[in-house]
Design a protein around this ligand. Structure first.
Ligand code: DGL
Length: 252
């Protein structure tokens, strides 16, 4: 059975993890949310590299992972090459290339919106992979805080609408949620955008279809956070309606 590590700065990567487990329960999954250092999207590239290196090192040394899913666009856009160099035998699935491929399959009017963290937008990773299209990008770091705090009130909805305005007014038919936290805001985004929404989890799943096979086996799931386990457990309950065991780990 494959051992798969899934990483993010916090709860966002769980939007990928739970979709992947639903499709491929026949693997062992080890999730680490680095909540102590969340958000990553406003940190420098070097800081993101250092933090993600520690997480992957832990997973490689303690969980013997064969595959790493970088369920975080901020890590994917800044640190994939670095992590692959550090862990040459690890099969790494990141978000940018699969999401760009997936988007190309569906965009109709050549206009693509991209919302993500500062780290991802500043890397121009999506624009570079979607050069033949007109792209409209916006960093929305506040969305990460809204999700991590797990509470959408009317004020926060207004903030989300305001942030989205400059992207949506360009007649886009496809919107890339270039941050794995953002799918948790889809019910709000749907109030102002009716086109196609592309998430990292859809894109990663289409990539995994080339790598994993379906078998009649069920693997284990272990979830770790670098902050308080009880808080993370509560976030999972509120956001995903799942009762999961969470352990705290120290990576320093
Ligand atoms: N969920 C992450 C991403 O996809 C990181 C968000 C953050 O920590 O800023 O970019």
């Amino acid at each position: 059975m494959k051992n798969i590590g899934v990483i993010d700065s916090g709860v966002g990567g769980l939007t990928v993890l739970f979709d992947v487990i639903e499709e491929y329960p026949n693997c062992n999954y080890y999730y680490i949310g680095d909540s102590k250092n969340c958000p990553y999207g406003i940190k420098s590239n070097n800081e993101i590299k250092e933090l993600s290196y520690k997480i992957v090192k832990y997973l490689k040394e303690n969980k013997n992972i064969d595959i790493l899913i970088i369920a975080c666009n901020s890590i994917s856009s800044t640190s994939t090459k670095f992590l692959q160099e550090k862990f040459p035998n690890l099969q790494i699935i990141e978000t940018i290339i699969p999401t760009s491929h997936y988007t190309k399959k569906y965009v109709k009017n050549n206009k693509i919106g991209i919302i993500a963290t500062n780290a991802t937008i500043n890397s121009h990773a999506y624009e570079n992979n979607l050069k033949e299209y007109q792209t409209f990008s916006k960093a929305c770091p506040i969305f990460v805080n809204i999700v991590e705090n797990g509470f959408i009130n009317t004020n926060e909805e207004e903030i989300i609408f305001k942030e989205l305005k400059s992207v949506l007014e360009n007649d886009i038919d496809t919107l890339i949620l270039g941050c794995t936290h953002f799918p948790l805001l889809i019910p709000t985004i749907r109030k102002v955008f009716g086109g196609r929404i592309v998430t990292s989890s859809k894109a990663i799943l289409s990539e995994l279809d080339n790598i994993l096979i379906h078998e009649n086996k069920v693997g284990n799931l272990e979830i770790y956070t670098t902050a308080e386990a009880s808080v993370f457990k509560e976030q999972i309950k509120n956001m995903f309606h799942r009762n999961e065991k969470v352990n705290k780990i120290e990576l320093d």
